[in-house]
Design a protein around this ligand. Structure first.
Ligand code: ZN
Ligand code: ZN
Length: 102
């Protein structure tokens, strides 16, 4: 597991699994076909969260796949955009006063 955003930016980072993780509870089809080939068609998907030491955060959703080429759910990566790193600067001092007042 490598952080793709760090890879794009030429950064190195450690990747940690997040505590977030879900999986669905659907039935799997497991059988041997007419040729005696084992199939496991798992309809479940699971989502796992990761974050890297550079502050990137993402979720990976993946499903089952089988040796015959069956894919239950294509692997999806969802990035969580980071908080803006630059402080939001008020345009005028009046704005700052308004914020402090409330
Ligand atoms: Zn990263
Ligand atoms: Zn199969």
């Amino acid at each position: 597991m490598i952080c793709e955003r760090c890879k794009q930016q030429g950064l190195k980072s450690r990747v940690y699994p997040d505590s977030y993780g879900t999986s669905t509870a659907m039935l799997s089809q497991v059988y041997y076909d007419e040729e005696g080939v084992h199939h496991r068609h798992d309809l479940n998907t699971s989502t796992r969260g990761f974050y890297c030491s550079q502050g990137h955060r993402w979720y990976v959703t993946s499903g089952g796949h089988c040796g015959c080429g069956w894919v239950g759910h294509p692997t999806e990566v969802k990035w969580v955009d980071p908080e803006p790193s630059e402080p939001i600067v008020a345009e005028t001092t009046e704005d700052i006063y308004e914020v402090e007042k409330t």
